[in-house]
Design a protein around this ligand. Sequence first.
Ligand code: ADP
Length: 500
Amino acid sequence: MNIVFAASEAVPFAKTGGLADVVGALPREIERLGHRVRLFLPAYRQACSRTPPPRPGGIELEIPIASKIVPGRLLQSRLPHSRVDVWLVDQPEYYDRPQLYGEHGKDYQDNCERFVFFCRAVMESLAAMGEPVDLLHCHDWQTGLIPAYREILYGHHPVFAETATLLTLHNMAYQGRFWHWDMLLTGIDWKYFNWRQMEFHGDLNLLKTGIIFADRLNTVSPSYAEEIQREPLGCGLADVLHYRADVLTGIVNGIDVRQWDPAHDPHLPQAYNVESWQVGKAACKAALQQASGLAVEPRRPLIGLIGRLASQKGWEIVLPLLEAQLENSDYQWVVLGSGDPAIETRLRELARTHPDRLHVTIAFDEPLAHQIEAGADMFIMASRYEPCGLNQLYSLRYGTVPIVHHTGGLIDTIVDVTDETLAARTATGFHFHHYTTDSLAEALARAVECYRHHGSTWSQVVETGMSQDWSWHRSARQYVELYEQTREEHRRRLTAEPSS
Ligand code: ADP
């Protein structure tokens, strides 16, 4: 297949979140499965200042934006360790800025225009390149217009004659919602500005546009695909998603198994694998305790937490748990995160009053993240909602038993410890079902009971998790199947409703 990715971020060119990890890894794996893959990104300042810098790509663009013609051009680069061509859409007024989407907590005012330009530039570039596209894989609201362009403005161009469109929804909380006059920027007729297509409570909604016009949709886990068909997790679009339920599925993201491999991790004091985890983790735990100023006690439960300090990640139920546990138990805690200043302050206060039991690092610190994943016995992931989640997957690979809220990708990746799952040898962690501190505390108590008093069960749970394959290779095979289904759906739609 001839596949084109369009996205607003990809590692190593530009990153603000998990989307960049997906788009930085998946194209390479799809290419390894024998497909031709190209990737389009905006030429942000951070993408252009990499070494080697992108070179001119030989395509000049003139994009109609409302009544203006805005010039642009393509720059060319490569996705590292691959033959995937990366085309950077260059328009310095839009993209040569310090950040991707906004500064000082405020979105850039012209974000709609910036991403209208990007979407239209992708279509114009592909048309100019002249190579028929089998599948356009779009990601999040920033590329939500592409499926609409494919259907409304570019359907008759030979390059797009058989192009199917897939939109991946990484997080429903971000929708690209703009005032209705921005419809003029898109070049799409006002007749599409209605509640069944591009309009949402009087505004233009670019994610909804993509959801309506794409041939198929997916999210980054099957459970999140179900959950967003109901409120509140649909973030206002549950009905629209329910309407498209027959083409909405989920594929769990992969992890970079080279970067996250306890057997070859340069950040760890001792390497280990599923055969040697008892010895290896003991050494990593001792080193982590020492570095964190905690007593070096091999059998004391050590619990790790890493993540954005944002309400999505469950700090409102974790902080009261921490307060109670620091008073009433002997567990040790290591926390790494940055974000909301109020959460940072509370964590710092708790660490100051209990320095022998809790160590807090307010930073983005990749090596420390590896050391916590290796040195902790358990890892708490209490997200209020979680489209996929990566830390629980790193925990599995590092033999650190996850304690997770029963939501989204956490349901799909962690199997709760029960008599049945232990007998089936599938158990990998502990779930809590209610988003409350009590429910989380109960799951933690179950985990600690198992850790302290049922050593062979604990070992089984650790080893089951460590033996699993959460690589991108696994996800990429599922995406290729989904691409085939998307093309079938496209052909079916074409015969069902010939385009006007
Ligand atoms: P999200 O993308 O919603 O933030 P994920 O669990 O999917 O959550 O991915 C978060 C990624 O960012 C993980 O790789 C995690 O280890 C990393 N991360 C988050 N906060 C920090 C931090 N303070 N230091 C180091 N790594 C972090």
